[in-house]
Design a protein around this ligand. Structure first.
Ligand SMILES: [Zn+2]
Length: 405
């Protein structure tokens, strides 16, 4: 029995996405199974009724037995998507496809890649520099065949897609290496055939799309009091720029934390062997902004679910970490992570570490105020600017939230 539709209602046309297999399943695939206690949910972006990518929306994972998958997929598709095989290089049908449109999961129809991110990697497999949405792809370390690689899977059905490597082109520097058999191409003229019924709230996001304010927070100080917070959330050029924009923040310094104090300089930290994270030390007025409010911005402007990676940067120095200066900060940080986890605000588990601050080492002068000094730097344009835009939007919305209360 087909269980995809628990929690959502798929239009009948979506069932055509099973291609060759659709005919076989005819007549038996239409009744949605009742949602059970065990239904696993996932937050992904889908094509809405208007043909636009929308969400993320919460929906049930597609969980089937091997036997059921064998009925739905061709033997070739099953060998790759369910048994994690790899097709031979230069043999896939989508390698040279130059048409415009979406590449969707062959097993469940989730949009995964768009032709706008496809490039010729010369490897013999379809290659993309980014997925349509980070939420739609799961990553897992794969140590098979004596190699250490990052496997990529469809977030809705866990189908094997291929691997992602850090040697792709700009702007992401990533190469998503796909099996043609894992994908189905949908021409942009036919994009509406992918439309799924999306709850209206998801299609038109409101202020509720932002992370909630921390339920447990430090109280605002009665009078102007200087306090410090140290966060690591990827390249400090970007995180510094974000917090510089916050009311009540007096100073933000880029630097290193959490490693060997004797080797805290950019060159050593770049090697990824000193144990440091690139971080920022925020000096703020505790009578104007709370630690919890800073945490909320921190979580809203970096990805706390990727281990040792932010955007294009990978290595332990780009881990997500909170360095607390006292027990109160620790308690607020841990409670907020739990709150976000319970509210399922991220599609993957939060991996942010919470550790006591053990020294903060300011970075070399040329790293300070980098985004402000180098607004045209391609890295800043690609990575810091979108963060700042998102932040401005969030601040505007949360201000409206406050007014409405
Ligand atoms: Zn899938």
């Amino acid at each position: 029995m087909f269980t995809l539709t628990a929690g959502i209602a798929l239009p009948a046309v979506a069932f055509n996405l099973f291609g060759k297999q659709a005919a076989r399943g005819e007549g038996s695939a239409d009744a949605p199974a009742a949602k059970t206690e065990a239904t696993k949910m996932v937050r992904v972006k889908v094509i809405g009724p208007d043909g636009q990518l929308t969400g993320p929306v919460e929906m049930a994972k597609l969980v089937l037995s091997d036997e059921e998958w064998q009925k739905r997929l061709t033997p070739e598709q099953f060998a790759i998507v369910r048994a994690k095989g790899t097709e031979r290089a230069f043999c896939g049908t989508l390698l040279d496809n130059k048409k415009h449109g979406y590449y969707v999961c062959v097993a469940c129809g989730l949009p995964l890649f768009n032709s706008s991110a496809k490039f010729n990697s010369g490897t013999g497999w379809p290659s993309f520099f980014q997925p349509v949405a980070e939420e739609n792809i799961l990553e897992e370390t794969d140590t098979s065949h004596g190699m250490k690689r990052t496997e990529i899977m469809c977030a809705r059905c866990d189908g094997h897609l291929g691997h992602v490597f850090p040697d792709g082109p700009k702007p992401t520097g990533l190469r998503y290496c796909l099996n043609s058999e894992s994908l189905r191409f949908v021409d942009e003229a036919d994009v509406k055939t992918l439309a799924e019924n999306v709850p209206a709230a998801a299609a038109a996001p409101t202020v509720g799309k932002w992370l909630p304010a921390p339920a447990k927070d430090t109280a605002l100080a009665a009078e102007s009091t200087e306090a410090k917070a140290v966060f690591a959330g990827g390249c400090f050029w970007c995180t510094e720029a974000v917090f510089e924009a916050i009311d009540g923040v007096k100073d933000v310094v880029s630097g290193y934390s959490g490693g060997d104090p004797k080797r805290a300089d950019y060159k050593s930290v770049c090697t990824g062997t000193t144990g440091h994270a690139e971080g920022i030390q925020i000096t703020y007025d505790a009578s104007k902004v709370t630690y919890g409010q800073l945490l909320r911005i921190f979580f809203a402007t970096h990805n706390p679910t990727t281990i040792n990676r932010q955007g294009p940067d990978s290595g332990t120095q780009y881990r997500s970490e909170i360095f607390y200066t006292g027990e109160e900060q620790k308690a607020v940080a841990e409670a907020y992570i739990q709150q976000l986890t319970d509210a399922k605000k991220f599609s993957k588990p939060i991996v942010t570490e919470v550790e006591p601050l053990n020294g903060f080492f300011p970075a070399e002068d040329y790293h300070q105020d980098f985004a402000r000094q180098n607004p045209e730097h391609p890295y800043i344009k690609r990575w810091a600017e979108p963060k700042l835009e998102k932040l401005q939007e969030m601040l505007k919305d949360t201000e409206a939230e406050k007014q409405a209360q």
